[in-house]
Design a protein around this ligand. Structure first.
Ligand SMILES: *Cc1c(COP(=O)(O)O)cnc(C)c1O
Length: 467
């Protein structure tokens, strides 16, 4: 096919995708503004075909990688002995940190046969992926009242099989920084490793601190922290496929590497998980750091926090909605004690907004960046409308608590055939939010009111007469 036809075809295929460039997606995409993006894109193109697998062939890439790592170590207040690599993303950085810990323990704690790593409930699933891949026992601990790792539970979980503790800066679900200093103290005390997952915060928190915001210490400034992961392709605004894994020294990083010396194809060595590594993403990461610079990141950060403040104010003005925990940066989760937050989510999705739906507690999650400056007002208007609509049709607004409980319980135990019949009763009412419709239908089937038992009996009676 001719090039212009192909490119037109690609543009057409984009039509159904989320409109992140209009600020509609509170996840997945990080964009620094078109001017910077243009430069980063050009940098990627300059190294589009180059391969960082063999550093001897492309000293350009090797030097850029070293410079990025050393800039990051500096950003994370290292001592100067740190070393690391650029990886394809947060997941690879985390996989490597876990693999490194396993092999470090093989050498330094050979008596351990079943290595364990302790992680908070909110840690990114990439850790559980790593445990699955590398045969590690993951020990999950709960959170304190501020949604940070519960340090008492961590203390209890440490035993002679423990090889590493993990904390996030911040955790993705609630955007709060785990008690890194306390964790690192425990790690020192028990002579185990301590990884900080700064994948989402690594290129935000240091600038937030420089702007004068209070930021918990989370980096190499904290004694006992032995490795840090941070995603260049998130708030670093590099091209996708770029993260860093940084270790406190090269004795630790040595456990990350892989060599195979008897291959007929020659002696093969590889620093990270991938073999072939894209030159473009390394060049783009290097360029993003230099193009944006410290002042640039601080400006982006400041602008983002202004949008965060608008959102927080907007949330605070809606009595049904509450912020989960006290988010430390630009990741916000909202829940509700009085209305179905997922139904609010459905309403927002219908209007083209994209965000994550979370559980324990039920909440909606928003990752905020500068791209949302243009859309924050519209978003808050839509959120208000969504809450209003859900309120209007909420079972709670129509009836009392007991009924809702009865209907909820029944809807989960009744045979599917009955449910769909009830659903059909309310199908005519198109203005109802999707997931509320079946419950609304059931409420319609209810008659009278009274105590829970009477309600359930009445409901069962009506349902049975439907048969
Ligand atoms: C995004 C993220 C990861 C994983 O990064 P990927 O680049 O998606 O693989 C890990 N930890 C945290 C806290 C994250 O936000």
């Amino acid at each position: 096919m001719p090039a212009d036809e192909l490119l037109n075809e690609l543009r057409k295929r984009k039509v159904g995708d989320i409109q992140w460039d209009k600020g509609k997606a509170f996840c997945l995409v990080y964009h620094p503004g078109e001017e910077i993006a243009q430069t980063v894109r050009e940098a990627y193109n300059l190294f589009f075909y180059e391969n960082a697998l063999n550093p001897a062939a492309f000293p350009s890439l090797r030097n850029m990688e070293s410079e990025v790592v050393s800039m990051c170590a500096d950003l994370f207040r290292g001592s100067g002995k740190e070393c690391g690599n650029i990886t394809s993303g947060g997941t690879e950085s985390i996989l490597l940190a876990v693999k490194t810990a396993r092999d470090w323990a093989k050498q330094h704690k050979p008596e351990i046969k079943k290595p364990e790593i302790i992680v908070p409930e909110t840690v990114h699933p990439a850790f559980h992926k790593a445990f699955h891949y590398f045969g590690i026992e993951g020990i999950t601990v709960g959170l304190d009242e501020n949604f940070r790792a519960d340090i008492q539970q961590v203390k209890k979980a440490i035993n002679s099989n423990t090889i590493m503790l993990v904390g996030s800066a911040p955790s993705y679900p609630h955007g709060v920084i785990d008690p890194i200093s306390e964790l690192a103290n425990l790690a020192l005390e028990h002579k185990v490793l301590m990884h900080v997952d700064a994948c989402v915060g690594g290129f935000f928190l240091p600038f937030l601190r420089k702007l004068g915001y209070p930021v918990y210490d989370f980096d190499f400034f904290v004694e006992g922290v032995t490795s840090i992961s941070a995603d260049l392709h998130k708030y670093g605004f590099a091209a996708k496929g770029a993260s860093v894994i940084i270790y406190k020294d090269n004795a630790l990083r040595k456990h990350q590497f892989f060599v195979h010396t008897t291959w007929p194809g020659g002696i093969y060595g590889s620093p990270t998980l991938s073999g072939t590594r894209p030159g473009g993403s390394i060049a783009a990461a290097w360029t993003a750091l230099h193009c944006i610079g410290e002042q640039g990141y601080m400006d982006l950060c400041k602008e983002t926090m202004e949008t965060v403040r608008q959102l927080k104010d907007g949330f605070a003005a809606i009595p049904e909605i509450s912020l989960i925990g006290k988010p430390d940066m630009s990741l916000l989760a909202i829940g509700s004690e009085t209305i179905d937050i997922y139904a609010v989510g459905d309403e927002l999705s219908n209007k083209g907004w994209m965000f994550d739906r979370q559980q324990n507690p039920a909440s909606l999650h928003f990752t905020v960046s500068t791209i949302h400056r243009q859309s924050v007002k519209e978003f808050l208007e839509d959120l208000n409308l969504a809450v209003e609509k859900v309120n209007r049709f909420s079972l709670r607004a129509m009836s009392d608590n007991l009924k809702i409980k009865a209907v909820r319980t029944l809807s989960s135990v009744l045979p599917a055939g009955l449910i769909s019949r009830i659903q059909a009763m309310s199908a005519g009412n198109k203005s109802l939010p999707g997931r509320l419709a079946p419950l609304y239908g059931m409420m319609g089937a209810l008659s009278g009111s009274g105590d829970l038992e009477t309600i359930v009996l009445n409901l069962l009676d009506r349902l049975n007469s439907l048969e």
